[in-house]
Design a protein around this ligand. Sequence first.
Ligand code: HEC
Ligand code: HEC
Ligand code: HEC
Ligand code: HEC
Ligand code: HEC
Length: 198
Amino acid sequence: MRKGLGVLAVLGVVVFVVGGALIYLFKSLGVKIEPLGDAFVVYRIETPEQPIEFPHYKHVKDVGLQCTYCHAYADKAVSPGIPPLEVCMGCHSVIATDKPEIKKLTEYWNKKEPVPWKHVNKLPDFVFFTHKRHVKAGVDCKACHGDLSTMTVAQRVKPLKMGWCLECHKDVNGYLKAHGLPPAKVDRAPTDCWTCHK
Ligand code: HEC
Ligand code: HEC
Ligand code: HEC
Ligand code: HEC
Ligand code: HEC
């Protein structure tokens, strides 16, 4: 009897340690598990290596810039746009000019070359998506991109799968509420195939 209990206790500790180690490993690999409909989706948070370590948190949190200061077309077009170097140099021709990353930035500027930023979020070509409709309907950028005020370069934090789009479209404010975000102006968005597949 005693021995049985001892074995159980040892097993318990093993499960605890292995489970903890697995959770730690998943986290350190950026693996996320999220409920999606009746099932779960397992995916990785992607952080592409960018030519310049652009710190979102400094510009958003410390400097206090609005997203649209740099992503000017978020409420006007399909794509919010990546800011051209002119926007950066408006400040960095005088700010932090001695920092190595700003020296790199200045090099691109002097060569008149755009910074070759890599795509972080990218849908397949057969899917239609537009920022304008989402932003005008009051869907927070955080719902799809996470909290940029804590990130250096942008990370891909959502799986961008069809099930994810539909989960929100079916019950917009339910989805936003479950993720601790402010409500949008509409409760539902279209789920017909041709909304996203033209
Ligand atoms: C409104 C002014 C402003 C604009 C516009 C701006 N920045 Fe900055 N940036 C700052 C300030 C302020 C800091 C913090 C400087 C410091 O820590 O000394 C900073 C810091 C940085 C750093 C970190 C430097 C380091 O190593 O500490 C990088 C890289 C950077 N900016 C790149 C960019 C890029 C790329 C753009 C354009 C997409 C841009 N910035 C646009 C004001 C600006
Ligand atoms: C409903 C989800 C959703 C919301 C809300 C949203 N985005 Fe996006 N965003 C996406 C998706 C999906 C992509 C990839 C689009 C593609 O590949 O066609 C993307 C791409 C981008 C890109 C890359 C554009 C490019 O040209 O490469 C930027 C920048 C961006 N979003 C910024 C923002 C900002 C800023 C906001 C808030 C004002 C915002 N997004 C709100 C889903 C969203
Ligand atoms: C000072 C300019 C600046 C500001 C302010 C800024 N961004 Fe960015 N953003 C950039 C640059 C430069 C990149 C390209 C580097 C990268 O991917 O991190 C970028 C990339 C992104 C991407 C990834 C684009 C892709 O390829 O999918 C998203 C999403 C994004 N920003 C969202 C936001 C949101 C949301 C805010 C406001 C909370 C914001 N940004 C504020 C300059 C800015
Ligand atoms: C967090 C909630 C949310 C997510 C996630 C989301 N959407 Fe939406 N979507 C909305 C809302 C709200 C509207 C606006 C409906 C309106 O204006 O009546 C909308 C509208 C649209 C429209 C325009 C509909 C029309 O009538 O033409 C398209 C296209 C679209 N979404 C595609 C997508 C795709 C593709 C994805 C996934 C990659 C996605 N959405 C993810 C909430 C979301
Ligand atoms: C709100 C947007 C949205 C709606 C509505 C939507 N889809 Fe999709 N669909 C997507 C996105 C995003 C992808 C690409 C990502 C993926 O494969 O999940 C996709 C991918 C697909 C694929 C390719 C799957 C694969 O494995 O490559 C098919 C087939 C498809 N959709 C069919 C449909 C049909 C049929 C409907 C109507 C019943 C529909 N979709 C409605 C957003 C949508």
